[in-house]
Design a protein around this ligand. Structure first.
Ligand code: ADP
Length: 456
């Protein structure tokens, strides 16, 4: 912005080049205000605080009676919205309807003119200056005699003004003007910095919210993991079932003995049979409850990017990967079609495949323990995911039974992970199979149909 002031000719321009004592004092005010503003410019983090601090810094210790910052708005009547004001003459602005619309009285004063022209404007004496006529009475009431109005720009566009009012006439000359122009430019810069800081702070809040969501997803996965950590689960079922089943056997034996007597004791036999029926009901209740636990919740199908599910599961299992001393390599094809599935269920599938792979590599000492996960275009325009390990490989006798319920070769295994995984994939319209990896380990793969949208 140009800093050549538009000075009201009624009182004559300030042409004196040499600085008299009065000029020096007046310049000193402006310099002091400028210095105080610099601190505010540096320290304010929030745009609203910034303009308030600037106004307070300008008025300082009553050097100026009023300082304000307004924004030029583009709505009807082109209002100038005050962002902040400070100083003992602050009340002067109350109810003033500042505008930059030249057809309105409110737009005919220094503020409207400075915004329209983009040039700063000095009003030397409120009592003499013609453009100030509409506000003269009010200015006198608040002890205002002169002012400087400095527009500030973003790019080429005037976005607002700094208004500074003094209690004596001729308080602003070219040097003060220069300082306030400088301040205007710095204010725009500081406001944009403060705004980006505020945006950063908002982004930080969003990041925290995303972290919370991830934690929740992790909790979901842990719950899902419970289902898959079936070793634990199975031993508790076995424990609960063992008791009624053992009691049924005991009572069955007893009933047979009572009946095998020369004189069969029907009353005792009946009592034993009753106990057997009661225990069978108990066992049946355990099974019903277990089925309830295993029964998958109603799937929550959504359109998702399978690569994101792979990344989530790898992130969630980072601890296990470290403990198992496994290197993970991913080859995730970019731009795969979106698939339709229940995110938690698909996490379960991948979690199961990853944990199985880690188990299979636990005893490997003579070669690197490598887990490779690839995603690629699959059959019929869908996607394929492969999980390959360098573990002990698939048992040739068991390979056809891998997906059978309760097939396991692990001491603490239950053999439910793979059949559950396969049923999840099939329910999502896909297929799942296993084969020996070229390197000797195992390779599990599943495919899923496309949901009909490409990943952005
Ligand atoms: P569990 O892990 O409880 O045994 P699963 O259904 O997940 O149940 O796996 C069944 C069996 O499949 C395992 O016991 C194991 O014999 C075999 N298996 C699964 N994954 C692998 C693998 N990556 N490498 C070798 N064998 C595997």
């Amino acid at each position: 912005m140009g800093c050549a002031a538009d000075v009201n000719d009624d009182t004559g321009p300030d042409t004196t080049p040499a600085l008299g004592e009065a000029d020096l004092r007046r310049l000193n005010w402006a310099l002091a205000a400028y210095a105080r503003c610099s601190a505010a410019l540096i320290h304010s983090a929030d745009p609203a605080d910034l303009v308030t601090s600037i106004c307070e810094a300008i008025v300082g210790q009553d050097d100026y009676v009023l300082a304000a910052v307004g924004l030029a708005e583009s709505g009807p009547g082109k209002p100038v919205r005050l962002l902040a004001a400070a100083g003992k003459a602050r009340g002067y602005l109350d109810g003033l309807n500042l505008s930059w619309d030249e057809t309105l009285v409110g737009g005919s004063g220094p503020t409207g003119r400075a915004i329209r022209s983009g040039e700063p404007l000095i009003m030397r004496d409120a009592l003499a200056d013609a453009i100030f006529t509409p506000w003269r009475g009010k200015a006198r009431l608040f002890g205002i005699r002169s002012s400087v109005t400095v527009p500030f720009k973003q790019g080429d566009q005037v976005i607002g003004v700094i208004l500074v009012y003094a209690g004596r006439a001729n308080a602003f000359g070219p040097r003060e003007l220069e300082l306030f122009c400088e301040l205007g430019a710095e204010l725009v810069f500081a406001m944009s910095v403060a705004e980006s800081r505020a945006r950063l702070a908002a982004a930080e809040v969003a990041r925290r919210a995303a972290e919370d969501a991830t934690r929740e997803a992790q909790a979901d996965l842990t719950r899902a993991g419970r289902l898959l950590s079936v070793g634990e689960f199975a031993s508790s079922i076995a424990h609960e079932l063992n008791q009624p089943v053992a009691a049924i056997i005991t009572n069955g034996d007893a009933a047979l003995r009572w009946m095998d007597r020369d004189q069969p004791d029907l009353a005792e036999t009946r009592a034993a049979l009753k106990r057997m029926i009661r225990d069978a009901h108990r066992a049946s209740a355990v099974i019903t409850r277990t089925r309830g636990l295993l029964a998958k919740h109603e799937p929550n199908y959504e359109t998702l990017d399978i690569n994101s599910v792979v990344r989530e599961v790898l992130a969630f299992t980072r601890g296990e990967q470290g403990r198992a001393r496994v290197t993970v390599q991913t080859e995730l094809t970019v731009g795969l079609p979106m698939v339709r599935g229940d995110r938690v269920q698909l996490q379960q599938v991948l979690l199961n495949l990853v944990l199985n792979a880690l188990d299979a590599m636990a005893d490997i000492m003579d070669r690197p323990r490598a887990l490779k996960i690839r995603s690629s275009p699959g059959p019929d325009g869908g996607v394929r995911v492969e999980v390959e390990d360098s573990g002990r490989g698939l048992d040739p006798d068991g390979v056809d039974r891998l997906f059978d319920h309760f097939f396991t070769t692990k001491a603490g295994g239950v053999g439910l992970g793979l059949p559950i995984s396969r049923s999840i994939i099939e329910a999502s319209g896909g297929r799942m199979e296993a084969r020996a990896a070229p390197t000797g380990g195992a390779l599990f793969q599943f495919s899923l149909p496309a949901a009909g949208e490409a990943v952005a």
